[in-house]
Design a protein around this ligand. Structure first.
Ligand SMILES: Cc1cc2nc3c(=O)[nH]c(=O)nc-3n(C[C@H](O)[C@H](O)[C@H](O)COP(=O)(O)OP(=O)(O)OC[C@H]3O[C@@H](n4cnc5c(N)ncnc54)[C@H](O)[C@@H]3O)c2cc1C
Length: 411
């Protein structure tokens, strides 16, 4: 019998599965794709946003182990973009970590159902090439990013801004190869050219500027610039329209870069991500909701299980513009364990971008290093709860924090 079942193998889920298995729990990880990483790989998201305050790391543990192993394989860090990583090396290292920890793996498996009795998930249903299957576990960890498992178990969820339910926009990341980087103009000049092309109607992307990052590769540039608003990331119809629109924008932007921007004359669109990037979808209602004030006031909690100083970063849900609200210089906030505990279900933890938070709070906690840290805490708590026959709510936060420190995490 599986003790801990983790749904979703993105940054949160892979860390949760490794953490649970290393803590001695018989762990199964279910992932709908054929590789791990979620937005980091399928969404082609890059680089890791910052995780240091006053020169000290705010996240270590399994995340740092990923970095070390990727670096050893030449897949992490470059002079131009120190926290960039190679998504293929990410996949390989993630495979190694889950394998070595003894995690049971099930790729190509979509979680579609949860049966609940007396506030406990008794089994979940999955769909794969084998058809529909049932699986049970003592403790479940929802790391699907969209809170699919919690939602199907009947957990109350919120989505988007309070006033109109609109979420942050979706973005299809893409990469241009064959770029003569030494001849690329400044970002300011690229944005001037972008504005001119927009004025001529050759670029119709609603984003206010070109967001680009360097990669590990000498002639490849990464673009986080397409923008699709007013679509619901939990509806297949909306996702279909979003993918079509974002791909159209990516090719339009590629044509603009090749035609207008020095250094791109011989470039080509090398790759769009396998799926459109989703910044925000469902957020569970849990024992505590992380807020904007918690982020910008650098709040610490007695049950803090992850740290970050990433600002509130809201890409406009309705058009152009990006709002940033920073954390005081050198300081950080904590994510309380209670945000991982969904109301109404006793044997479920949630980790990653869909934990209990407000729209603004989520805009700070959503980055990959923080999701790794939340996942590591959730996996450890799940193992503790499964081994003791208690609910995650009964796990003592101080003991959890102590155990996290023991395994190298910063709390
Ligand atoms: C466009 C964009 C740009 C971003 N830029 C950055 C950046 O520069 N730096 C940074 O650090 N962060 C960035 N982020 C944020 C970050 O990538 C995500 O918030 C983070 O990856 C969330 O991690 P997660 O594990 O919670 O969810 P995800 O990464 O979404 O992973 C969820 C996993 O669950 C799987 N899954 C989903 N549903 C099911 C199901 N029903 N059954 C089985 N499996 C399922 C998915 O396939 C996926 O593997 C960006 C995000 C986007 C969208």
């Amino acid at each position: 019998m599986t003790h801990v079942l983790v749904a979703g193998g993105g940054p949160a889920g892979l860390a949760a599965a490794v953490s649970a298995a290393r803590s001695g729990a018989d762990t199964l990880l279910i992932e709908r794709y054929g590789f791990l990483g979620g937005m980091a790989t399928a969404g082609l998201v890059n680089p890791f946003m910052g995780w240091h305050a006053a020169g000290k790391p705010l996240v270590a543990g399994i995340f740092q182990q990923m970095l070390d192993r990727m670096q050893a394989l030449g897949g992490y860090g470059s002079e131009r973009q120190p926290t960039a990583f190679d998504p293929e090396i990410f996949k390989l290292v993630a495979d190694e970590l889950v394998r070595e920890a003894g995690v049971g793996m099930r790729f190509h498996t979509l979680l579609t159902r949860a049966d609940v009795k007396q506030q406990r998930i008794v089994r979940v249903g999955t769909e794969g090439k084998d058809g529909h299957e049932n699986r049970s576990a003592d403790i479940f960890v929802d790391c699907t990013g969209d809170a699919d498992l919690a939602y199907r178990a009947g957990v109350s969820c919120e989505q988007g801004r309070e006033k109109d339910g609109l979420t942050q926009p979706m973005t299809l990341n893409f990469r241009m190869a064959g770029v003569a980087i030494s001849r690329m103009p400044s970002r300011q000049e690229i944005n001037r050219l972008f504005d001119a092309a927009k004025a001529q109607g050759r670029v119709t992307c609603p984003r206010e500027n070109v967001l680009l990052f360097h990669t590990l590769h000498p002639h490849v540039v990464h673009f986080n610039t397409t923008r699709v608003t007013h679509r619901d990331p939990t509806r297949a119809d909306d996702l279909t329209e979003a993918e079509l629109e974002a791909r159209r924008q990516a090719h339009e932007l590629a044509r603009f870069l090749i035609a207008d921007v020095p250094g791109f004359e011989r470039a080509y669109l090398q790759q769009c991500a396998a799926q459109i990037g989703i910044r925000e979808s469902r957020r569970i209602r849990g024992d505590y909701a992380f807020t904007a004030e918690d982020a910008v006031e650098a709040t610490k909690f007695p049950d803090g299980i992850a740290r970050s100083n990433y600002p509130i970063d809201i890409h406009s849900p309705s058009g152009a513009g990006t709002v940033i609200r920073s954390v005081p210089e050198g300081d950080y906030y904590e994510i309380p364990y209670r945000c991982l505990l969904p109301l109404g279900i006793d044997n479920l933890l949630v980790a990653g971008r869909c934990i209990s938070s407000t729209h603004e709070g989520q805009a700070a906690l959503r980055i990959m290093p923080t999701c790794f840290a939340m996942g590591e805490a959730a996996g450890l708590a799940a193992a503790m709860a499964a081994q003791r026959g208690i609910s995650p709510r009964q796990v003592q936060a101080e003991e959890l924090r102590h155990a996290l420190r023991e395994q190298g995490q910063v709390v």
